[in-house]
Design a protein around this ligand. Structure first.
Ligand code: ATP
Length: 214
């Protein structure tokens, strides 16, 4: 059985080391073939991104360029309309009918899952791997508590042996960086160095893409 493909979706407005370190640790831990970054074109459940899709994509490409196991998939930007993960996973499932697919989520994103379009269908299409973030605990009650009971696993082996349907929760190094804080920092004229890769920092400084948020 080929190794699973990790799928890391996000707005990436901008991408930062919290995203990259999480993806890297999960790639190593889960023995993923690759981690595919999927920048959302028009994300539901939140305000519109400040940077254009082209610029966010450019920053994601720049951020992963030195890590061959990290790839970028711009299908959500090309598709137009609202970027529903269930549509993306259905497309990928059709392309990889027999492959394990692992949707990688931070705990904050996982806790919002019941608000996602057709969220219960996601586990029919992929596994869900949840990375702990500071201050967030795995749910034990409500709809997510129930799916944890039905789908939770502590065995990485299951993520390799099955193509979809498991939820695996794992702690990653906690880097309390958020795109929201980063945008504010850049707008305030402070230097994002060591919070984002140098290539991304250069793009931020060169384009001043968050200055309209002042
Ligand atoms: P924003 O502050 O604009 O909401 P964000 O920093 O949370 O952005 P997103 O692009 O919304 O970034 O997140 C994409 C994915 O990355 C989500 O699954 C989210 O949980 C995860 N993530 C974001 N920041 C971190 C971090 N510091 N450590 C680990 N995972 C993170």
């Amino acid at each position: 059985m080929p190794q699973p493909i990790g799928l890391f979706g996000g707005t990436f407005d901008p991408i930062h080391y919290g995203h990259l370190r999480t993806a890297f640790e999960l790639w190593q831990l889960l023995r993923l073939a690759e981690v595919r970054f999927l920048p959302a074109g028009n994300p539901p459940h939140r305000e519109q991104p400040l940077a254009s899709p082209e610029l966010r994509l450019r920053m994601v490409r720049a951020a992963v360029s030195d890590q061959p196991s990290f790839t970028v998939d711009d299908r959500e930007m090309r598709r137009g309309g609202v970027s529903y993960s269930v549509d993306t996973l259905a497309e990928l499932r059709a392309e990889y009918p027999d492959r394990s697919l692992c949707l990688l989520l931070g705990m904050d994103a996982f806790l919002g899952l019941p608000h996602w379009h057709r969220w219960r269908d996601l586990l029919g299409l992929a596994h869900i791997v949840v990375a702990h973030r500071p201050g967030w605990k795995a749910p034990t009650q409500g709809p997510l508590g129930e799916v944890m009971v039905d789908h939770g696993t502590g065995a990485i082996r299951e993520l390799h042996e099955k193509t979809a349907g498991c939820i695996y929760v794992h702690a990653v190094t906690q880097l309390e960086i958020s795109s929201t804080d980063l945008r504010q920092l850049v707008v305030a004229g402070r230097d994002p160095r060591y919070l984002v890769p140098d290539e991304v920092r250069q793009i931020l400084l060169e384009t001043q893409c968050y200055s309209s948020a002042q």
